[in-house]
Design a protein around this ligand. Sequence first.
Ligand code: NDP
Ligand code: GDR
Length: 377
Amino acid sequence: KGGLSVHMAPGYAPVMGSQQSPDEYRKRKVALLTGITGQDGSYLTELLLEKGYEVHGIIRRSSSFNTGRIEHLYKDVHERPKMVLHYGDLTDTTNLVGIISSVQPTEIYNLAAQSHVKVSFDMAEYTGDVDGLGTLRLLDAIRTCGLTNHVRFYQASTSELYGKVVETPQTETTPFYPRSPYGVAKLYGFWIVKNYRESYGMHASNGILFNHESPRRGRTFVTRKISRAVAEIHVGQQDCLYLGNLDAKRDWGHARDYVEGMWRMLQQDTPDDYVLATGETHPVREFVEKAFAIVGTTIVWEGERDTIHEVGKCSQTGKVLVRVDERYFRPAEVDLLHGNPAKAEKALGWKRQCTFDELVKDMVEADIEGAKRANHD
Ligand code: NDP
Ligand code: GDR
């Protein structure tokens, strides 16, 4: 895969404030996404382009390509692109002010984050800076640019805010008890969004999204790690899958469904906070079993449950295909996530489309295609 060249498109000069009323200003459809190169950023860009938006995305300068998920949407700047990329970072205030003032967006989706929970224990300060203070920087940049009443803002909040189980299923009123530096940083993000909404009347909403996956999911998240391993074991490129806690339960949906909910939140007259979830929960162990079943392999578990001695064997051959490795356990775990999306279903008319079984199938089949292609190359 090649990378995309990034252009500050000609004609994007800084403009502070707007002479137009908020209603007049919002007649244009201009979205600015942080995290456009991530899983959700790529699906949301597709959705917004389909809806006729001009989409601007902030990407990080990287020594290797980080634009693989949006490459198919890219057009050269000379071909009047509807997607324009800008270099930036949530840690760089001046840069954010520069981009917002020149793009004059009508909607901002803050999807950028150090999004890996386990990594947040290793990089706690950085995660706090990007996921917590980064949200503040973006909100303040909107104010600095004089667009407080003009821009609608979406914050990628998370079911990790719930953390330790207080009640299930979790709703917008369930108390938060985050269990990782990531969750704590996102808690700051959640509250600063709510605070700026109440303090300055900003149209700023939190989407409290439960886990959502896809073939574009980062490879170190558990679902994609499993789907890739199943595919690679199937085509003979890998022997065994090493995992951590098999008993954690998650409410897993498809990312394509969830970006639709983000957009719907910003089309409401008033800002609010919404849970997006499937309303079902499944253990990691079940994802493993279902994923192997797609290639015709039945997994049987042996050894002491939930210890590093537990293994998953192929029922037909007896070969060990799954091992538990303590390095993938977290210092503090979120045992159970199970969301109730009733508010979003009623107020936004949103409902997930993809079932759990369809999600597993979609991911495993895509990775089998990828593994076969790699075998050919
Ligand atoms: P990804 O990890 O796939 O994408 C994260 C994006 O953030 C990437 O584009 C990444 O850039 C960018 N990024 C990371 N650090 C910075 C930074 N310092 N400045 C600017 N950009 C940065 O996440 P997802 O797409 O899965 O998730 C999107 C958002 O939703 C995240 O905020 C995540 O925390 C949150 N969320 C995700 C859920 C899920 O299940 N997927 C559930 C609930 C919330 P690069 O490509 O260069 O690394
Ligand atoms: P999560 O997703 O922490 O819920 O955060 P992840 O897929 O990393 O973990 C889910 C559960 O699986 C267990 N697990 C493993 N996890 C990983 N990554 N690797 C393993 O080998 C493994 N073995 C078992 C974990 O312990 C955990 O319980 C995701 C991210 O997208 C966040 O950004 C987002 O906010 C939340 O979902 C909602």
